[in-house]
Design a protein around this ligand. Sequence first.
Ligand code: HEM
Length: 124
Amino acid sequence: MRGVAFWFFATAAIYVAIGMVWGIVMSATMDHSLSPAHGHLNLIGWVTMGLFGLYYHNVPEAAETQLAKIHFLVATLGLVLIIPGIVMALRQAGDSLAKAGSALTLISMLIFVFIVFRNRGKPA
Ligand code: HEM
């Protein structure tokens, strides 16, 4: 695995390692108040971004485009904003960051939809 595929998958593995530590801390402290943020870190960071990595590994032609790099940057920025954004929203400290992160996360998925269709039929 290399290029965008590697970076999606490698960072996804880091996100889930952080998410698991977060889950263990929640269990140990019996404070589950931030569990939606933990859930989103694992499901967007690990599951969604890990799937992006596997897709780009299977469709190398899609991974070699400039748009794939932009996709990685938008998805990463979205995650980096949405997780603290959810924490802030849960703590009643404003929801602007969560909104910005949500918008970027959606844009990253729309970029991915476009990439999937543009590369249909390309060999694995
Ligand atoms: C060491 C691994 C993990 C630990 C110790 C852990 C721990 C926890 C704890 C304590 C909660 C709160 C439960 C509650 O309040 O009822 C939770 C919620 C959740 N976790 Fe994890 N977790 C782990 C890994 C994962 C992974 C790998 C995923 C997804 C891929 C995940 C997804 C979720 C989701 C979706 C929720 C519910 C979020 C919500 O309440 O909105 N967790 N987890």
